[in-house]
Write a protein that binds this ligand. Structure first.
Ligand code: AMP
Length: 113
């Protein structure tokens, strides 16, 4: 996708602080962290919303969800962590390439607004 920020990060055209990468996904630090540690797990296949996800993309998303807890040390997951997938306007999605926020390293409250 030509104008997609995360596709450009995946292609190495925009630098990122990478924590993990394989054929299906990349995990890097969020540029504007909302917790002590804040990573983004981005499937390399481009799609915007869960409602647009194909079967194959669903398999890759499952791989992402399985990989994250395997990276307990690298992502500072010990003690608990939060995963967030923003979908659309109300959630404030700002990058239209599906991604999982990984928040860790501290106790978190629950303030949706
Ligand atoms: P969302 O608002 O759920 O679409 O999440 C997009 C996230 O991408 C935000 O948390 C931004 O801080 C983050 N972000 C934007 N640009 C970059 C970048 N160049 N490198 C790392 N994270 C970024």
């Amino acid at each position: 996708m030509e104008d997609c920020l995360f596709c450009k990060i995946i292609a190495g055209e925009i630098p990122s602080k990478k924590a993990y990468e394989d054929d299906d996904m990349i995990i890097f630090s969020d540029i504007d962290p909302k917790a002590k540690y804040h990573y983004l797990c981005v499937p390399k296949t481009h799609f915007k919303l869960l409602s647009e996800m194909t079967e194959k993309q669903g398999e890759i998303l499952l791989k992402c969800l399985k990989k994250i807890p395997e990276l307990e040390k690298e992502l500072h997951l010990k003690g608990g962590y939060r995963l967030v997938i923003n979908q659309g306007d109300n959630a404030g999605q700002s990058v239209f390439h599906l991604h999982i926020h990984i928040l860790s390293g501290q106790k978190m409250g629950w303030t949706p607004a």
